[in-house]
Design a binder for this molecule. Structure first.
Ligand code: NAP
Length: 296
């Protein structure tokens, strides 16, 4: 069996088109333009590329986009003052502070400082707590992207055995949490594995849906999966550079062999990656609608 590809690029394009149409309607009917502020400290090439992508997508979708570039030496106090200003700015519905932040910045304090209603990355512990109790307005971007890929590919999540490999705060823990909620697109039985899990393969082989976010190339091989499983590969690992200078990227799953056993699989690149920015835009749209009283 060769698995069907779940194309994050295609699903993301579809959701972006839906957002674009909704933004047009909001502008016409309610004079409302969703606004996203993106803040970058320093000039790390990776962070620059990520933040430019977010700014570009926001503009393409018809959002108001405010880009704030700050020197790497910006103090904690000054950054918190900028966040406070954005928290109070009615044109801004979403605030994104590009991480990782320089070492002298207290990231936890920054995450707390972002107004929860504008916390489109869902890093503020208030929103993380709301996610835990099944009361979230905004969903963390990469996990929300994974959930949308499953739903829009017609994967049965309700009652499924889901195994997540990796327990980071941005992927593993929140996706495990979301899929176990008593809710639509959830109701799964979830197992979370990490480096202290004994005999990982005994867990992954039970999975109807296997989600891998370990940051290790080929951490999951074909002998570790069940015939017909749905495999979501979140990993992005650079294993080299091509002659033309392009980064060679692979996921955490041994794609070539696993695809012969899985029923569906996400590629890397072109899988989960394109969904993450799209979910950030969806959060900003939702935050704008909540701020305008259009939804509760
Ligand atoms: P992270 O913070 O480095 O966490 C990795 C997790 O995987 C840890 O919990 C670690 O366990 C676990 N782990 C590592 N090797 C393992 C192994 N061999 N077996 C079982 N568990 C293992 O990673 P992250 O931020 O979640 O990112 C994971 C990957 O996803 C990275 O490649 C990252 O680039 C990618 N990513 C992609 C997107 C996207 O939009 N496509 C977004 C976010 C992340 P311990 O806790 O025990 O150390």
């Amino acid at each position: 069996m060769t698995a069907k590809l779940i194309s994050g690029a295609e699903i993301a394009a579809q959701i972006r088109e839906e957002i674009k149409q909704e933004v047009l309607q909001l502008k016409m009917k309610h004079s409302l333009t969703p606004g996203l502020a993106t803040v970058l400290l320093g000039s790390d090439p990776g962070s620059l590329s990520y933040i430019s992508g977010k700014e570009k997508t926001a503009k393409e979708l018809g959002f108001y986009s405010a880009r704030i570039d700050l020197p790497e030496s910006t103090s904690q106090k000054d950054l918190l003052a900028i966040i406070d200003k954005l928290n109070k700015d009615p044109k801004i519905h979403g605030i994104l502070i590009q991480e990782p932040l320089p070492k002298h910045i207290n990231t936890a304090e920054v995450n707390y400082a972002i107004e929860p209603k504008k916390d489109v990355d869902v890093f503020n512990p208030v929103n993380v707590g709301r996610l835990m109790i099944g009361d979230a307005d905004l969903l963390p971007c990469t996990p929300a992207g994974i959930q949308q890929m499953l739903i829009r590919s017609g994967v049965q999540i309700d009652g499924a055995e889901v195994v997540v490999v990796g327990r980071s705060n941005i992927v593993g823990k929140p996706i495990a949490n979301m899929l176990m909620q008593k809710d639509k697109g959830a109701n799964a039985t979830v197992t979370l594995c990490h480096t202290h899990t004994k005999d990982i393969a005994s867990h992954t082989r039970r999975a109807d849906i296997l989600i891998v976010a370990a940051g290790r190339p080929k951490a999951v091989t074909a002998d570790m999966i069940k015939e017909g499983a749905v495999v979501i590969d979140v990993g992005v690992n650079q294993i080299g550079t091509s002659k033309s200078g392009k980064r060679i990227l692979v996921g955490d799953v041994d794609f070539e062999n696993v695809k012969e056993k899985a029923s569906m699989i996400t590629p890397v690149p072109g899988g989960v990656g394109p969904m993450t920015i799209t979910m950030l835009m969806l959060n900003t749209l939702k935050a704008a609608k909540i701020a305008a009283g259009l939804i509760e």
